[in-house]
Design a protein around this ligand. Structure first.
Ligand code: SAH
Length: 225
C-alpha cells in the first residue's frame, strides 16, 4: 500500500480538513475520522481510499463519496444510541460511519457478494453493532422497526417509492434519501405526529434503488455488540 502525502498531510487528515469546511456536526467528522475507509475499497484502489470521491466496488456499484456520507449523517441528526436502517449496504462504509456515531444499524443489500465483502471489511475495520441483511431494501425491515433514522444510499425515482420505509420511522424519526432520475436531490422526511414532513436538500448523484420482487430477505449475519 502506498501512503499518499499532500501538503504534509496524510490522506485521512486531508479528507477531514476538506470536510471540516462543509460539515458542521463534530460527531460526524469524528466518525468519518474513526472509520478506516481503506478497509472498504478494493485492494487495487486502496491508494485512492482517502480521496473525496466515489469508487467502484464490483456488481456495478460504488462506495459513496465521503462528503455525501457525512452530509447524509448530518441530516439524520444522530446523537448516539439510535436504531438506524441503512438501505444499500454496498461496501459497508456508510453503515460503518453510522455505527461509529453510536447507532445500532440494520443494513440491507440486494447483492449477496457485496454483503459478503462488507462483512469482511467491517471485521477488518473492527466495527461492531451492524446487522447485515441480504434482500430488497425498498420494503425496509419491518421486523426490526421502528427506526429513529433511515439512510437510503440508492436513488428512488419518486418520493412515493419510499412509503414503505417512511412507515417504519419512529415518532420524530428522520429518513434521508436521494430522490429523482437524472436530476436527484437529497430529501429529508421527518415523522411528525400522524404524518410526515419532507424537505429538499443538496443535489446528488446515486445509483438507482432497484426494487426486487419477490423479496429474498434473510438475516445474513449478525455482528454483535
Ligand atoms: N452505502 C454504500 C454505497 C451504496 S451504493 C457504501 O457506503 O459503500 C447503493 C447500493 O444500493 C448498491 O450496493 C446497490 O446494490 C444497493 N441497492 C439498490 N437497490 C436496492 C434495493 N432495492 N435493496 C437493497 N439494496 C439496493
Amino acid at each position: 500500500m502506498r501512503e499518499i502525502i499532500w501538503d504534509g498531510m496524510d490522506g485521512r487528515a486531508r479528507l477531514l480538513d476538506g470536510l471540516r469546511r462543509v460539515i458542521d456536526d463534530d460527531r460526524v467528522l469524528d466518525a468519518v475520522g474513526a472509520v478506516p475507509r481503506d478497509a472498504f475499497v478494493p485492494d487495487a484502489l486502496r491508494e485512492f481510499a482517502w480521496d473525496d470521491r466515489a469508487l467502484p466496488i464490483g456488481c456495478d456499484q460504488t462506495i459513496s463519496q465521503p462528503y455525501v456520507v457525512a452530509r447524509m449523517c448530518e441530516l439524520l441528526e444522530l446523537r448516539g444510541g439510535e436504531r438506524v436502517l441503512d438501505v444499500g449496504t454496498g461496501s459497508g462504509y456508510h453503515a460503518a460511519v453510522l455505527a461509529a456515531m453510536g447507532a445500532e444499524v440494520w443494513s440491507i443489500e440486494r447483492h449477496a457478494p457485496l454483503t459478503e465483502a462488507a462483512a469482511a471489511a467491517l471485521e477488518r475495520a473492527g466495527i461492531t453493532g451492524i446487522h447485515l441483511v441480504v434482500g430488497d431494501g425498498c420494503a425496509g425491515l419491518p421486523d426490526h422497526a421502528p427506526y429513529d433514522a433511515i439512510n437510503v444510499a440508492a436513488a428512488a425515482d419518486r418520493l412515493e417509492d419510499l412509503d414503505a420505509l417512511r412507515a417504519q420511522l419512529a415518532p420524530g424519526g428522520r429518513l434521508v434519501a436521494p430522490v429523482g432520475g437524472a436530476d436527484q436531490r437529497l430529501v429529508v422526511v421527518r415523522r411528525e405526529g400522524p404524518g410526515w414532513v419532507s424537505t429538499d436538500a443538496d443535489p446528488v448523484r446515486f445509483v438507482p434503488l432497484v426494487p426486487d420482487f419477490p423479496s429474498p430477505t434473510g438475516i445474513f449475519r449478525r455482528q454483535g455488540r
